[in-house]
Design a protein around this ligand. Structure first.
Ligand code: FES
Length: 109
């Protein structure tokens, strides 16, 4: 497990997402309601990028067919998606947002 640096917390605006590509994964990192959330970027319905979706409260709407995912649990809240996305732990250290990616080297960058 390793904590991967994503962006300066101050540079991420409310409702904004950024993508992190690491260890073969593409993770979408969101700032929502003042917190940071990380989920798989790929929608479980037809593989659209959730980082390009619209954020409401702590949920994101897939830009392709409109399925809504809970950013905290990864749960698919509405059709057409029925399967959840993976979620990842986040933390802010020295002003930087970090995401824990399984399979990364400890403290890796
Ligand atoms: S690709 Fe996301 S709802 Fe269809």
């Amino acid at each position: 497990m390793g904590w991967i640096e994503v962006a300066k917390a101050a540079d991420m605006e409310e409702g904004q997402a950024t993508k992190l590509c690491h260890a073969g994964r593409v993770v979408a990192v969101f700032r929502a309601e003042g917190e940071f959330y990380a989920i798989d970027d790929r929608c479980t319905h037809a593989e659209a990028s959730l980082a390009e979706g619209e954020v409401f409260d702590t949920e994101v709407e897939c830009p392709l067919h409109g399925a809504i995912f809970d950013l905290a649990s990864g749960e698919a809240l509405t059709l057409p998606a029925t399967r959840p996305v993976n979620t990842y732990a986040t933390r802010v250290e020295q002003g930087m947002v970090r995401v824990e990616i399984p399979g990364s080297s400890p403290g890796g960058a």
